[in-house]
Design a protein around this ligand. Structure first.
Ligand SMILES: [Zn+2]
Length: 450
């Protein structure tokens, strides 16, 4: 009965989605000169409430920018682009049709084969997108079926009261009470559905390899703790299933503010409120009323500082996003000279990841320091991951986690579907990232001498 009701809700709300994106298009603009780049950045900064930038403006001439444009703004933007001598390519001609067709397909499959998207682990379909409830069930099932190596934890609750669950993987051969650790979080941006799907997919593959005594994975799990939270923005993610497939932010709403939602990836405490963030609640990059105003982000900071206080060092922090296939290192808050002291090692690690991906699927992932390849964005997770832990670790409003290897990884694709990546690309995505995570494991083991 519960399932039938859920289908009904999804079907009825699919019509809502249908209404919302009628006539919307995604345009690709490729600036060739510094002046054109600066102009696009100006539009991004000042008209961010009218145009939804699906990708950030790159500082590198020739790199494209994708913008979703509502119908009544298309003539206006066309004129502006003409004045700047900028051409446009239409990447998605009809956002509404794409959203509606995909949702219809997903609902149809769920109706036809309830088992394939069931919550039992043996039936879990890694090549399908899952609701938030199913992802939480997966976390619980993985933990109970692998209780020798997986310890679940409740990270906390979302703004609307949903549980945010994750788990820690630690091999049975682990000797150290506080091994070095890796933090992986998915789904901080609600519409980036490939992120939780990828995190679940590669985690499943690693567990299978551990069970078949794969030498590298045995050493990875025995010498390093792997903390995994597949879906960090439950309210936003739920909303993408029920109301608005392209919702990005959280679902918090503050007194006196016109719009709902804060960008959780501008809400981290390190350098909160700086360049590349917005004080306006209707912006897609609204930084929130204060650092850590978003309980989902607060939960992570509190959890990680607790682990640190217990004696655990984080070597790596990755926030999995989509799209554009790029591995982005700190700093993102600094407008000039954004390379960190660990830049070369960070790029060597990123190169190992991208080589592994290329060898697996022939997909190309770029890399660089945040504000060197994109315009700055303060208060992001990758800067928090890298910034040093403050003298007082209980001061959540400053510093970070001191993880040498901290990244934002933008997964597939490069814009053909953008956030609307079809389900038939899920497996290829988690396969290539699985190879990247093995490469990470290999390098980290060498680095800690294990
Ligand atoms: Zn994102």
């Amino acid at each position: 009965m519960k399932f039938a009701r859920e289908v009904f809700v999804l079907v009825s709300l699919a019509c809502l989605v249908l209404a919302k994106y009628e006539g919307y298009q995604v345009w690709r603009i490729t600036p060739k000169t510094e002046k054109q780049i600066e102009w696009l950045h100006y539009i991004e900064e000042n008209m961010g409430e009218e145009f939804d930038f699906w990708t950030g403006v790159s500082k590198i001439p020739g790199n494209p920018v994708d913008i979703m444009v509502q119908p009544n703004r298309q003539t206006n933007l066309r004129m502006l682009l003409k004045q700047e001598k900028l051409d446009l390519d239409i990447m998605i001609n009809d956002v509404n049709t794409l959203v509606t067709n995909q949702m219809d397909e997903i609902l149809e499959r769920r109706r036809a084969n309830r088992q394939s998207v069931g919550t039992r682990l043996d039936n879990f379909d890694y090549n399908a997108y899952h609701t938030y409830e199913e992802i939480q069930q997966w976390v619980a099932d993985m933990a109970s079926e692998n209780s020798d190596i997986i310890e679940p934890f409740l990270l906390g609750y979302s703004c609307e009261g949903r549980e945010i669950n994750g788990f820690r993987i630690r091999g049975t051969g682990s000797q150290n009470p506080y091994p070095k650790a890796v933090w992986f979080e998915g789904g901080i941006h609600a519409r980036e559905w490939i992120s939780p799907a990828t995190v679940m997919g590669f985690t499943h593959k690693l567990i299978e390899e551990y069970r078949s005594d794969d030498d590298l994975v045995l050493r990875m799990f025995d010498n390093i703790d792997w903390y995994i939270v597949p879906s960090l923005n439950p309210d936003g993610y739920h909303y993408t299933w029920t109301n608005d497939r392209l919702w990005r932010k959280t679902r918090s709403k503050y007194v006196g503010e016109a719009c709902t939602g804060t960008d959780p990836n501008r809400n981290w405490p390190f350098q909160w409120g700086g360049v590349g963030t917005s004080p306006f609640s209707c912006s897609e990059i609204y930084h929130g009323p204060s650092a850590l105003s978003e309980i989902e982000v607060f939960n992570v900071v509190e959890f990680l500082r607790d682990r640190w206080y217990e004696g655990q060092d984080f070597l790596m922090f990755i926030d999995w996003h989509s799209y554009s296939q790029v591995i982005i290192a700190p700093w993102s808050y600094l407008d000039s000279n954004p390379r960190t002291d660990d830049y070369q090692d960070q790029m060597d690690m990123a190169k190992a990841m991208s080589d592994a991906i290329l060898a697996t699927s022939l997909k190309v992932y770029g890399m660089g320091a945040g504000a060197e390849i994109l315009y700055p964005a303060a208060g992001s997770s990758k800067d928090f991951g890298y910034a040093a832990v403050p003298v007082n670790p209980w001061d959540y409003t400053s510093g970070g986690m001191g993880a040498k290897y901290s990244y934002t990884v933008e997964l597939r694709d490069t814009g053909e579907y953008g956030f609307l990546l079809p389900e038939d690309q899920i497996q290829d995505t988690y396969d290539e990232i699985h190879a990247a995570v093995r490469a990470i494991g290999d390098r980290l083991l060498t680095e800690i001498g294990a």
